[in-house]
Design a protein around this ligand. Structure first.
Ligand code: SF4
Length: 876
């Protein structure tokens, strides 16, 4: 549904699990003005840099506009008839477990619901998993073991009411910036203490009272120690423990634990335990650093044990709090869109639950056991056991561990369908059938954020070409497979009502997820639905879980589990001496298919990198800006070295975002082993072992262009700029003909070349001009090129005569690398303002330049610039 220009529409940000509300105003020309929704309870008007830049990610460039079969455009009837026939054929010939769906936490609840119903109820398999498996499956497993259901007990209000916030394996400042700012505002108002538990110093440590820089993977040992300290310090809550089973065994395991494996000083651990014990209102926020581990579920239970034992759960300002990475990971969990769930928190292995859902759906066949979780699903594809696979809105050829093997598996699968907004992904290139899906601003439905708040996402732009909503594509496929009545959906509202009604069954079994109070919404009620936190049953709306000590195990009690620390699955050895940590950066999202389009989001960190400790760099002979080659038994990568004590000796940190489209040598999951948690099936994305060495190229280059580039060198990384594109390059073969290479790179055969070389230093510079404008420029050297990149990034399309000097002429501004992406303020601009304006604080900089006044994620960087004395221009 298109919305008239100038009309402002409430919707939800499609990135992290904070679930911020946005107000969208179409401009009538395909664009949108975006601002935070002041009435949304998650963000109250705030947005981070990614949310603010949503309007810059909408262009039709790269959009998939028509179905394709084997690379040829076709119509929907032909494509979906083929999909339906191949899935039915696979089930008939090889059984239901020969087919699989791999979904995404980006999908809306209504999309997820139809996919789950089609696979579990009608195709008859539980082979439906999602990229949420890589994100928070360990939390689901931990919740279910402790509470009996996958219940997130906390709300965002708890973050503001707590006196102590513990961030365990969560760089909240970058990954959930609006929540982090809510905590900082509360800290300002009430002095909330902040503890960060992370092997790496992150932006979240900037304001922390305590940073416990523990060894990777040792969280369970630390929380076991806390549990023992709670017992020794008389801090157990005897009254609340009447609602909990398993204290004795959990304590026995806790006392048997050796906290030395954390690598922390005894005094640090004691200070943490003391602070936790002395503080009544404690919230422990945990995220991927806890989940992405072969002992992720145990780490979660080690945290839950402490909150249960101390009765710090079910009360305002208290509780364990999992924050999800994706906008609708929670919605996916609610519909049951994981291989080991049924629907609405009902259990696949529970025959009563299964029979009730089967009857509700009128389903011919229901699986009785869990399907293949993500890693096993792609293994099955590679081994020929999966005959038909449908991948929706995700890019497993980049994001799955052992990504090269996953690419080969997708390629080997007899029949692969990919639904996406673009054909330009590593996964889409491998598909037999490509289906054009509607994008975020074109889709109608609901999402659930980390604190169980359901928000409406509303379509404000018409889908381009033949793109369609995912629920519509899946339902159409279901009808073509022969189940017309079950998939006769006309709108997302109809699907939501069915989902809400089904949840009433869960409620009747005494489970937590019950939104049956929303099952009678009219279409217009659904259209106007305001954010609402579940449960919303006829008996109960909202409220706090576990305040009454009632849990969802059959006996109504919670469970504490004995947790024993286990090291990461892969052991470091002489061949692979480094532990690889992976994660997100501030301004990018997943594989950058959207955020990569916004120039200001690429201005902060424009190139993939590996953080390495100074001692390790020295030992390997690595200098700043050198390239590093990382290798593991599963693959290799080349990345720019960043030498920093933020990581520990022996550790490396690498971001996850780069792909075959943007930096083929930086597909970091090619290095990561597909080792999984035995309970949750979540891969250990933060514990791979790798070797590292300096990678010496014959030449290094930096290029800018107003048009897309086509690099063919061993190392390249491309990013968008306001004027076009920028690229880092390096090659092993000596540079022969610079002009020929440049013309090939830039595809500008008509442009006039201007060349400058210094044979003694081996430096060469070339600019291509057309109609008095610089169209592109290439700078090469035998060492990493030293030029003012941020200035040069703005040169294409201008008449800058001095381009070959690589530095701006006098009077021409060079903003420096982007620091504040919300307001596009560069480091040099800030340094100049500090120096010339006598600015003394982050607040002064904000007042002068706006920098740091929106999402606040860049405030640590501004503080670092303020600390520089004497001032100098920021070099890259
Ligand atoms: S914190 Fe940022 S990315 Fe996350 S939902 Fe809010 S605006 Fe979107």
């Amino acid at each position: 549904m298109a919305v008239a220009a100038c009309q402002e529409v409430r919707s939800a940000c499609p990135y992290c699990g904070t679930g911020c509300g946005v107000l969208l105003r179409p401009d009538g020309a395909g664009g949108l003005a975006v601002r935070g929704d002041p009435e949304h309870p998650a963000n109250r008007g705030r947005l981070c840099s990614k949310g603010l830049a949503l309007g810059e990610t909408l262009g039709l460039e790269g959009r998939l506009l028509a179905p394709q079969v084997n690379g040829q455009e076709t119509d929907w009837d032909s494509a979906l008839d083929l999909v339906a026939a191949r899935f039915r054929q696979a089930v008939e010939q090889h059984g239901p477990d020969s087919v699989g769906f791999y979904l995404s936490g980006q999908m809306l609840t209504e999309d997820y619901y139809v996919a789950n119903k089609l696979m579990k109820g009608f195709l008859g398999s539980a082979n439906i998993d999602t990229n949420s498996r890589l994100c928070m499956a360990s939390t689901v497993a931990g919740h279910k073991r402790a509470f009996g259901t996958d219940t997130v007990p906390g709300t965002y209000e708890d973050l503001e009411e707590a006196d102590l916030i513990v961030l365990a394996g969560s760089n909240l400042a970058w990954c959930h910036p609006v929540l982090y700012q809510r905590i900082l505002a509360a800290r300002e108002a009430r002095g909330t203490r902040l503890v960060v538990i992370d092997p790496r110093r992150t932006a979240s440590c900037d304001q922390a009272d305590m940073h416990l820089k523990l060894r990777a993977g040792s969280d369970a040992a630390l929380f076991n120690r806390l549990l023992a300290a709670l017992y020794e310090g008389g801090a157990l809550d005897a009254e609340y423990l009447q609602h909990v089973e398993g204290l004795g065994a959990a304590l026995e395991a806790a006392f048997a634990a050796d906290a030395a494996v954390t690598g922390l000083e005894e005094a640090e651990i004691a200070a943490f335990c003391d602070l936790w014990m002395r503080t009544e209102k404690v919230v422990t926020i945990f995220s991927q650093g806890v989940n992405q581990s072969t002992s992720g579920a145990d780490k979660v239970n080690a945290i839950l044990n402490c909150h249960l034992a101390a009765g710090r759960i079910g009360k305002l300002g208290c509780g364990p709090f999992s924050v999800t990475g994706q906008p609708n990971a929670m919605g996916g969990r609610e519909v049951g869109g994981l291989a080991n769930m049924l629907a609405c928190h009902m259990d696949l292995e529970n025959s009563s639950h299964r029979a009730a859902v089967q009857e509700f759906w009128g389903a011919p066949a229901m699986p009785e056991r869990a399907g293949l979780k993500a890693v096993d699903l792609f293994r099955a594809a590679g081994e020929g056991r999966l005959k038909a696979l449908w991948i929706i809105h995700t890019n497993p050829a980049v994001t799955m561990p052992e990504a090269d093997a996953v690419s080969a598996a997708i390629k080997a699968c007899d029949f692969t369908v990919v639904s996406d907004v673009t054909a330009a992904t590593d996964t889409a290139r491998l598909a037999d059938v490509l289906l054009p899906a509607a994008a975020w601003a074109e889709k109608d439905g609901t999402v659930t954020n980390s604190d169980r708040t359901i928000s409406r996402q509303r379509a404000v732009l018409p889908p381009p070409g033949q793109a369609r909503a995912d629920w519509d594509i899946l339902a159409d496929a279901g009808r073509r497979m022969g189940w017309g009545a079950a998939f006769d959906y006309q709108s997302p509202a109809q699907i939501f009502r069915e989902h809400a009604a089904l949840s009433g069954l869960a409620g009747s079994f005494g489970l937590d997820f019950d939104i049956s109070g929303l099952s009678s919404l009219s279409d217009s009620d659904y259209e106007g639905l305001a954010p609402v936190r579940w449960p919303v049953s006829r008996k109960r709306q909202g409220g706090r879980f576990f305040a009454d000590g009632r849990f969802f195990h059959p006996d109504g009690k919670a469970r504490m589990l004995p947790v024993r620390w286990r090291p990461p699955a892969a052991a470091q050895d002489r061949r692979y001496p480094f532990r690889l940590n992976t994660g997100r950066i501030r301004d990018q999202w997943h594989t950058m298919t959207r955020t990569g389009k916004a120039p200001r989001l690429s201005g902060h960190l424009a190139e993939p990198f590996a953080d390495i400790h100074p001692e390790d760099a020295r030992r390997l002979g690595v200098q700043p800006a050198d390239l590093l080659r990382l290798s593991s038994p599963h693959g290799q990568a080349i990345l720019r070295a960043r030498i920093t004590a933020d990581v520990q000796p022996g550790d490396l940190f690498v971001p996850i975002h780069w792909t075959g489209e943007t930096a083929p040598s930086a597909r970091i999951d090619t290095l990561v082993a597909a080792a999984t948690d035995p309970v949750s099936g979540q891969p250990e994305s933060k514990g791979a072992v790798v070797a590292a060495e300096r990678w010496q190229a014959a030449w290094y280059g930096f290029a800018v262009s107003c048009r897309p580039m086509a690099p063919r060198t061993e190392y390249w990384a491309v990013a968008r700029t306001g004027a076009g594109y920028r690229a880092e390059l390096a090659g092993l073969a000596p540079l022969a003909d610079l002009e020929a290479i440049a013309r090939d790179l830039f595809a500008l055969p008509e442009a006039e070349a201007q060349v400058m070389t210094d044979r003694r230093k081996g430096i060469a510079r070339l600019a291509l001009h057309q109609d008095g404008k610089v169209m592109a420029a290439l700078f090469t050297a035998p060492e990493p090129v030293a030029v003012r990149r941020d200035y040069l990034a703005g040169v294409p399309g201008s008449s800058a005569a001095e381009v070959l000097t690589g530095i701006p002429a006098a009077g021409r501004p060079d903003p420096g690398p982007v620091v504040c992406a919300c307001f596009s303020v560069g480091a040099n601009t800030i340094l100049h303002a500090i120096e010339s304006g006598g600015l003394m604080s982050v607040a002064d900089v904000g007042a002068a330049l706006q920098a740091g006044t929106n999402c606040g994620s860049c405030r640590p960087d501004i503080a670092e610039l303020l600390s520089r004395r004497p001032f100098r221009q920021a070099a890259e």
